[in-house]
Design a protein. Structure first.
Length: 76
């Protein structure tokens, strides 16, 4: 999990394993594999750095993570 901030400054904690895309701009749009989208204050570079640190931590603990096991994405 990584901690980011919505545009109004309130914190949000996202599952880093579900991040599918980052769309940089004045604010960064974080797109999750679930289809949810969040606008946050952090830059794409800052988010990427947080995800890398998260992954290092998970890898050092020897855990295998499959965030979408059993998840079926419904098409509109």
């Amino acid at each position: 999990m990584i901690k980011l901030h919505k545009l109004n400054g309130s914190p949000i904690v996202l599952n880093a394993e579900l991040i599918e895309a980052l769309e940089p701009g004045a604010e960064t749009s974080v797109v999750l594999a679930t289809g949810n989208r969040y606008l946050v204050r952090e830059s794409a570079e800052e988010i990427t750095a947080q995800v890398v640190e998260y992954r290092k931590k998970v890898a050092s603990e020897g855990k295998v993570v499959n965030p979408i096991k059993g998840y079926i994405r419904e098409q509109p």
